[in-house]
Design a protein. Structure first.
Length: 583
């Protein structure tokens, strides 16, 4: 006489059997075991039978109470809990395909071919019924790459497709980088169950992105794959590497232009497009208030669809408290709905004087930035006057701090680049070059200053660019940065720090003039006060860190090195937590 309890007892036993089945060694012929749930969909069907019955028998409070909560949880989390994204550098796939094609006597054609020729070779294999790899008897790295796709197959068979749905291709340069993933996924039998997401990171790649995607959409093999993906095409854009590549102003403008072009292309091709924003917590990595960042995007690039990363201390700041998390998500939802619902309007930002201004300022800013960082002095200063070498010892971020070979701007990883400048309180990736850009564009012309002021008042993109720059400058402290500069040797220290000081002063004056403020963040007194109150508690840790770095780099005995390194890493964590803008 307790039918609901009896039904739930069967559900519980079935769940236990499902859990036991997924824990067994996986076999290629793995099939759902009788008495288990083949997927969370079948589990939900049982729960909804109970819910429907309760509602028919005046049990609405029970149906919408704990049972309703369980159904919601099952809808969101399934049996997989959280969907996992996979991400790998494009070169790793290219190396694996070179070895595989070499097995078929096409190794030389692959190595000597350009992107179009490689894409043609891959397409021929995609439309061919023959298997690509029979056994994993290649080199260690190639076997590891192939095994990853077989892991996806096992996860789909045992847990469901929701376990892994996305494969991100870092440093996507051309069509072959994307088609190569489709081929490796086809070889493992998961090509119809995996979203392939190109990640365009550098300024050159952002320039090339529309052309790359247009060629990809025209490829018959990829078009067939896309028809089987209900979510359409996701494109990830990188904020960190583009900033490291071209500086703050130029990177943000290139990201804006790339989104416009890609959205127009997808609309013309009838492809549903989702932009995946690879943002970090710091301004140099696309950080800042998320709702303002969404409102600053081209409206056609949102369309009710948005993905972005949450990294570093941003996760704690936004989600550690239930009330804050709810408020943050409401602001984000508001921004997406507002941007999606806005009608296209004629604006000087589209082919008018505002776009002319940005097109003039971006290259000037980039030139100023490159003049500082793209030479031996700038890199020597960076290695000496920041804790970048020590950051590689942390259990977070990108390790090591650079990708093999000679240490130059291109080989340095973007996260340690931004992280190290923030630790030393220069916060250079979040402002450098903006002052030179404003000075060059206005040339002391009041009319042009008024143009910038109008852009700030009426254009969300430019307002966000300016306000985030103000925060970055306020978070930094040139007095402390000068203490860090003492770690570098003369004459490099004198030459580089003089450039930083001059550009800092130029940027602060320019921002105050165009916003009409006497001091940075006067228009945001609560934020200005928060930073002013917080910084004195962080400053002592910076002084301690400089002293520790000086002792550590003096090469003491091995026992003292270990002790000093541990304390340096503690200081890194302390400064990062205090500034709340390093992730």
């Amino acid at each position: 006489r307790q039918p609901y309890r009896q039904k739930l007892a069967f559900v519980y036993k079935k769940l236990q059997a499902t859990l036991e089945a997924t824990a067994r060694p996986w076999r290629a012929d793995h099939r759902p075991v009788p008495g288990t749930y083949a997927s969370a969909t079948h589990f939900l069907e049982d729960l909804r039978v109970i819910q429907t019955s309760l509602r028919r028998r005046a049990g609405n409070r029970l149906a919408d109470g704990a049972l309703g909560t369980l159904i919601t949880q099952a809808e969101i989390f399934g049996f997989h809990l959280a969907t996992l994204d996979l991400r790998q550098h494009a070169q790793r796939h290219a190396d694996a395909l070179a070895e595989i094609f070499g097995r078929y006597g096409q190794g030389e054609a692959w190595r000597s071919g350009n992107d179009a020729q490689r894409a043609e070779m891959i397409t021929a294999e995609l439309v061919s019924p023959r298997p690509l790899t029979a056994r994993l008897d290649f080199s260690k790295n190639t076997n590891e790459t192939l095994e990853l796709f077989r892991l996806v197959r096992r996860a789909h068979d045992r847990i469901g497709r929701a376990a892994i749905e996305t494969y991100i291709v870092s440093m996507t340069r051309g069509v072959a980088d994307i088609l190569g993933i489709q081929l490796l996924a086809k070889d493992a039998g998961v090509d119809e169950a995996l979203d392939i997401v190109p990640l365009f990171e550098t300024v050159a790649d952002l320039h090339q992105a529309p052309s790359t995607m247009e060629t990809l959409f025209q490829n018959p093999a990829y078009a067939s794959h896309l028809r089987n993906r209900p979510a359409g095409q996701t494109i990830m854009i990188g904020y960190s590497d583009s900033n490291k590549d071209a500086g703050y102003v130029a990177a943000n403008w290139e990201l804006q232009l790339a989104q416009r072009s890609l959205a127009a292309l997808a609309s013309a091709r009838g492809v549903s497009l989702t932009f995946f924003h690879g943002r970090g917590g710091s301004v140099g990595r696309g950080g800042g208030p998320t709702n303002r960042a969404v409102l600053a995007q081209p409206p056609e690039s949102v369309g009710g669809r948005l993905r972005f990363t949450e990294q570093g201390e941003s996760i704690t700041a936004r989600y550690s408290d239930k009330q804050l998390a709810r408020r943050h998500l409401e602001q984000l939802l508001h921004a997406v709905l507002w941007t999606t619902g806005k009608k296209p309007i004629s604006s000087p930002s589209r082919g008018g004087v505002w776009e002319v201004a940005m097109n003039a300022m971006a290259p000037t800013s980039e030139a100023s930035y490159r003049a500082l960082v793209e030479n031996e002095d700038g890199l020597a200063y960076f290695r000496s006057a920041t804790p970048v070498s020590e950051l590689g010892q942390l259990n977070i971020g990108s390790r090591p701090a650079h990708r093999g070979g000679a240490v130059n701007l291109q080989s340095l990883r973007a996260i340690p680049w931004v992280f190290a400048w923030t630790q030393s309180r220069v916060t250079l990736p979040g402002w450098y070059g903006f002052g030179a850009a404003m000075a060059s564009f206005t040339d002391n012309n009041d009319g042009r200053w008024e143009t910038l002021a109008q852009m700030y008042r009426n254009w969300p993109f430019f307002r966000t660019l300016v306000d985030n720059c103000q925060v970055s400058l306020r978070t930094g402290d040139l007095r402390i940065a000068e203490v860090y500069s003492s770690l570098a040797e003369e004459p490099v220290r004198g030459r580089v720090f003089a450039l930083i000081q001059a550009e800092h002063e130029r940027t602060v004056k320019g921002l105050c003039r165009l916003t009409g403020q006497h001091d940075l963040l006067d228009l945001f007194p609560w934020l200005q006060h928060s930073i002013r109150v917080r910084n004195p508690y962080i400053d002592p840790m910076n002084y301690v860190q400089v002293a520790l770095l000086r002792r550590l780099r003096a090469k003491p005995d091995a026992l003292e090195v270990d002790a000093l390194r541990d304390v340096v890493l503690l200081s890194v964590n302390g400064i990062a937590s205090g500034l709340r803008s390093t992730g």
